[in-house]
Design a protein around this ligand. Structure first.
Ligand SMILES: NC(=O)c1ccc[n+]([C@@H]2O[C@H](COP(=O)([O-])OP(=O)(O)OC[C@H]3O[C@@H](n4cnc5c(N)ncnc54)[C@H](OP(=O)(O)O)[C@@H]3O)[C@@H](O)[C@H]2O)c1
Length: 309
């Protein structure tokens, strides 16, 4: 009897258990820029990329923490590792870091955004933006946009967003991106940021068609990282004593990101969402292209890439 297929919305369960793609392709000499690389998924990614011979550029907010990682990567893999600092809750810093990348690196072969946060209470940035939306979506959007020409000059090049199955929580409301009119729910705010990232990813993919630059998003698995540790003691207790035991080693995220960055069979694959390495259909609300174009415009405006109204 043929195996019954799960509905699209539940395929992530099957995909999380599937055999994942791997590659032996080398990234020797390729310049890989990775945001959020001081912890968790991003850290697993830079370790794996360094093992594959890549030159690493860590984009992070804590230089001291990054310096410790830099020394280990250089000693273990003999690659070059450079550090560019930016707090993604401050778009000015993201702008300056983008300029530093343009000034310091004549080619960028791979850009991975793993920077991310989950907050149970609403906070705002110095620009007055809701923090999760700014760090998870607007900051990476701004940096990606600023680096587009450099990536095109470096083609073939790949952009990978570390997104999340959490986009399925929804929560995106164009009339209230700042969560001023609604009761704040952390998971929905997280869902909103990840939905906005996916919706603008399809737009980037269209923009980049034929340029030799691909852009894809992925869920990095459910892995043991520091995400959520910025929240209150009760939340942290739950993470430590309940969730932690259900999670996997982020080494699987590093492997998946390496595959997406290096696998020759993905050279021309763009505008897809992967569960680790398995191509998956996102939630319907993240496929609404008309909404996506409005989110694109709002993202350009909020990041100062186009003037406000
Ligand atoms: N863990 C999971 O199971 C899971 C599942 C789905 C999706 N994800 C996604 O995976 C990505 C990485 O998260 P993670 O789980 O690896 O969490 P993590 O261990 O907390 O790592 C997050 C990274 O982002 C950095 N970061 C956070 N806020 C920042 C800011 N304002 N400016 C600059 N950098 C900042 C952190 O820097 P510091 O080291 O300085 O804190 C760290 O390097 C996120 O996009 C998350 O949504 C994770």
């Amino acid at each position: 009897m043929a195996k019954r297929r799960l509905p699209d919305e539940l395929m992530f369960i099957e995909n999380s258990r599937a055999i994942q793609g791997t590659t032996t392709a080398s990234l020797a000499g390729k310049v890989c820029v990775v945001s959020g690389s001081t912890s968790g998924v991003g850290l697993a990614a830079v370790k794996r990329l360094a093992r594959g011979g890549a030159q690493i550029v860590m984009v992070c907010r804590n230089r001291e923490k990054a310096e410790g990682i830099r020394q280990v990567l250089v000693a273990q893999y003999g690659v070059t590792v450079e550090i560019v600092t930016a707090d993604f809750s401050d778009l000015d810093q993201v702008r300056r870091a983008s300029e530093a990348l343009l000034g310091g690196f004549p080619r960028i072969d791979v850009l991975i955004h793993s920077v991310g946060v989950h907050c149970t209470t609403r906070t705002t940035t110095r620009d007055g933006l809701e923090t999760v939306f700014c760090v998870n979506h607007l900051g990476p959007f701004l940096m990606t946009y600023r680096l587009l020409e450099r990536l095109k000059q470096s083609a073939p090049a790949r952009i990978i967003y570390v997104n999340s199955e959490g986009h399925r929580f929804g929560g995106l409301d164009l009339n209230d991106l700042n969560w001023e009119k609604r009761f704040y729910i952390g998971l929905r705010s997280y869902g909103a940021s990840k939905t906005a990232q996916l919706l603008t990813m399809w737009e980037f993919a269209d923009l980049l068609r034929g340029s030799g630059v691909t852009i894809n998003a992925m869920h990095p698995g459910d892995v043991r990282t520091n995400i959520g540790h910025n929240n209150g003691p009760l939340y942290r207790w739950f993470l430590r004593h309940v969730t932690w035991h259900l999670l996997k080693d982020p080494v699987i995220s590093g492997e998946a990101l390496y595959y997406l960055a290096a696998a020759p069979e993905l050279a021309e694959v763009s505008g897809r969402f992967f569960h680790l390495t398995i191509d998956e259909k996102p939630a319907a609300h993240a496929l609404d292209r008309a909404l996506g174009r409005r989110v694109w415009d709002a993202s350009l405006r909020l990041t100062g890439l186009t003037p406000g109204p």
